[in-house]
Design a binder for this molecule. Structure first.
Ligand SMILES: *Cc1c(COP(=O)(O)O)cnc(C)c1O
Length: 462
């Protein structure tokens, strides 16, 4: 062993060998040297521990090349979502519409009027860009865009209710995920949380009895990621708003997903839209850009000018502001909604949700046939199942879908799932009953061919 230690090739020899390799051009000499050094150090350590490892130049270089290849991979990369969950928070929520991508291209690569009044030739505000469109779409007096809906709620409560009590129904103390809890947000902004009613039932008189001289606002939080069923009821929007205004208090509504158009004709159950919340009289309504809206990550606040103006002047806004790329994509997404018929065709999230089992079946059959034609005697079975909307929207909704369930005599389900995930295409699937499931709802154009190719690569190696 010590003999081998003494024979580890010198760095200049290894570098010389590397310079003859095609991958030598893929990075700087300095970085390649660093990966070779790491490889040598590992092998030296292993030898010292009594393991027998190769110290051949070609083996050390192969190790360095692997390190380089791993380093050269982007961290954020495209994946194929075969889970059927349309708004998968771990998989980037909403895929963007073409119009949004075109806007990112146009604005991202050029100078733009982010904070410039072209008419006046002077400094402008980044917060004014899509107010007109949002006013048109929601019926609100004004609008403000921030980093995400969590930021929208935080800004709203910090700027408008600091030091006073915020009344909220016990049934709406939502945890959104990632430890974002409404009670914590209220308190982190310096307001005092005052829960009223019971978990399953809150009555108007509970709010009425909760109001005192130190009340700052009434808050409604849409329970977007759970449903309380059975002996349950809440206070209507109209009653809550009327009560707030009778006491000269503002009423706020955190809508979560923020639907701009009613989706019942696409087969989904009723969810309140943003314009309904505005019409009900809420002073401010907040929602996400990358949930059912189908746009980039953003938080949208719409409502009364008098409150939006206060938010626009609050120092916290600077820390929560959005970038030009987000504004470009969001404005393009909103503009699709100016024609709702257009929106349900051009916004990917809405397209994916409305796909029916009848439309999905031929897709599933093409996937099954393509896999069977590879000749690896895979077991492929088409079946009915349910997709989820995801992203904390429509928690109780199960959308009928078509799946292809696959098992292989060469690889067990866990092995297949892992090989698909680690492949160049990064195909994300689910396992059930020792089978790998492909829900065809969330497959995008071109995914099927890539999936079939990937199976071919994986199974050829088994
Ligand atoms: C999702 C959600 C949020 C958080 O929105 P993000 O855009 O993810 O920050 C806040 N409130 C409700 C009710 C939600 O559903």
């Amino acid at each position: 062993m010590s003999n081998k230690l003494a024979k580890i090739p010198a760095m200049n020899v290894l570098l010389q060998g590397a310079s003859d390799q095609p991958w030598f051009e893929e990075s700087t000499e300095e970085r390649i040297k660093q990966f070779i050094q790491e490889e040598v150090d590992t092998r030296r350590r292993q030898l010292l521990q009594g393991e027998d490892v190769s110290i051949e130049v070609q083996d050390i270089l192969a190790g360095a090349q692997q390190k380089l290849a791993a380093f050269n991979q982007f961290s954020l990369k495209a994946v194929i979502n075969a889970t059927g969950t349309v708004l998968h928070t771990n998989l980037g929520r909403a895929p963007l519409a073409k119009a949004a991508l075109d806007a990112i291209n146009e604005i991202g690569m050029r100078y733009n009027n982010l904070e410039y009044e072209i008419d006046e030739g002077q400094r402008g505000s980044r917060y004014s860009h899509m107010s007109d469109v949002l006013i048109e779409l929601t019926g609100a007096e004004d609008a403000l865009i921030v980093n995400n809906n969590a930021a929208a709620v935080t800004l709203m409560l910090t700027a408008l209710t600091k030091g006073s009590e915020v009344l909220i129904s016990r049934g709406e103390l939502v945890e959104i995920g990632g430890a974002f809890r409404i009670p914590d947000v209220i308190e982190s902004g310096g307001a005092i949380l005052k829960e009223v009613g019971a978990t399953n039932k809150t009555h108007l008189k509970d709010f009425e009895n909760g109001i005192n001289d130190n009340t700052g606002a009434l808050l409604k939080v849409h329970t977007s990621n759970y449903k309380i069923l059975g002996f349950a009821s809440g206070v209507s929007d109209e009653d809550l708003v009327t009560l707030a205004h009778k006491h000269h208090l503002p009423a706020f509504n955190d809508l979560g997903s923020g639907l701009l158009i009613d989706l019942q004709h696409l087969g989904l159950s009723y969810e309140p839209t943003v314009s309904e919340a505005i019409k009900a009289g809420y002073d401010l309504v907040t929602f996400s850009g990358d949930k059912l809206l189908g746009g980039p990550q953003a938080g949208i606040i719409v409502g009364k000018k008098k409150y939006i103006n206060i938010l626009k002047k609050h120092p916290l806004l600077r820390a929560l502001r959005t970038d030009k790329v987000t504004i470009a994509a969001l404005e393009a997404t909103f503009r699709e909604y100016l024609d709702p018929e257009q929106a349900i065709k051009s916004i990917p999230v809405l397209q994916l949700i409305q796909r029916t089992p009848e439309q999905l079946l031929p897709e599933a059959e093409k996937l099954r046939d393509g896999l069977n034609n590879l000749g690896f005697d895979l077991e492929t079975e088409i079946g009915e199942d349910f997709s989820q909307v995801g992203g904390g929207s429509y928690p109780a909704e199960k959308i009928p879908t078509i799946i292809v369930a696959i098992s292989s005599p060469q690889l067990n389900a866990a092995g297949l799932e892992k090989a698909l995930r680690l492949s160049d295409a990064h195909i994300i699937t689910r396992i059930r009953d020792e089978k790998v499931l492909f829900d065809v709802r969330t497959l995008m154009d071109g995914d099927r061919e890539i999936i079939i190719d990937t199976f071919n690569t994986i199974l050829s190696k088994c």
